[in-house]
Design a protein around this ligand. Structure first.
Ligand SMILES: Cc1cc2nc3c(=O)[nH]c(=O)nc-3n(C[C@H](O)[C@H](O)[C@H](O)COP(=O)(O)O)c2cc1C
Length: 195
């Protein structure tokens, strides 16, 4: 494979060392577009993922103000076998919760090794854009990944990472507002929501 071929997350995982990620610079920050991908959903999306929510390292909520629900390793492969590492957007739904919490919500997702934290293990972390009243570890979560936002980056500070995650959320909401994406919120992969 030549240097310019894109490696899937699964291929990268077989390498003896984790890839180094480019450092986020002021130029890359200013150049960020407000919306990601084409106006229609293109293969390999939508990618359906499902699994019991696992505890991460616990930094997402406390350290970054952005709680993430981690999917178990065995449920990641439909995505890691076809996608590169990076930040993605889509919809997610948690089972066994009530009221509005049980609805399908927009999400942003990080697939990779979180270069800023130098994780050794590939993780798929989903931040659901809804203010849940409590943790939902152990609950089943369904997710539809609909597009790619950006590569994983390394950061000089936690603040810079937080700023980029805030931009990711805005980009995800703009991207999902397009009709071809929005319709996936009522996809049959999700459970009907009881009022
Ligand atoms: C939308 C989003 C984008 C992220 N982008 C990056 C990134 O570019 N680089 C990075 O090192 N970590 C990134 N992260 C991962 C955070 O570092 C991670 O969520 C944090 O380590 C919390 O993990 P924990 O809850 O397992 O401790 C991102 C997370 C989210 C939700």
């Amino acid at each position: 494979m030549s240097q310019h071929d894109v490696h899937t997350a699964e291929e990268l995982q077989t390498l003896p060392e984790r890839p180094t990620a480019p450092l986020r610079t002021d130029t890359s920050r200013k150049a960020r577009p407000d919306i990601a991908g084409p106006d229609t959903v293109q293969p390999p999306y939508p990618i359906f993922l499902s699994g019991a929510v696992q505890r991460g390292f616990g930094r997402g909520g406390k350290d970054l103000g952005c709680p993430t629900a981690n999917l178990p390793d065995e449920s990641i492969s439909p995505m890691s076998s076809v996608c590169e590492t990076g930040v993605y957007f889509g919809f997610a739904q948690v089972s066994g919760v009530d009221g509005d919490e049980a609805k399908v919500h927009p999400m942003v997702m990080s697939l990779g090794w979180n270069p800023f934290y130098k994780n050794e293990r590939l993780t798929a972390e989903i931040h659901i854009m809804y203010d849940f009243s409590s943790d939902f570890y152990g609950h089943n979560m369904q997710a539809l990944v609909l597009g790619y936002i950006r590569p994983e980056l390394d950061y000089v500070s936690r603040e810079a990472l937080i700023e980029d995650i805030e931009t990711d959320k805005r980009v995800a909401l703009n991207s999902l507002a397009r009709p071809a994406y929005d319709k996936f919120a009522s996809d049959p992969h999700f459970h009907p929501h009881k009022l």
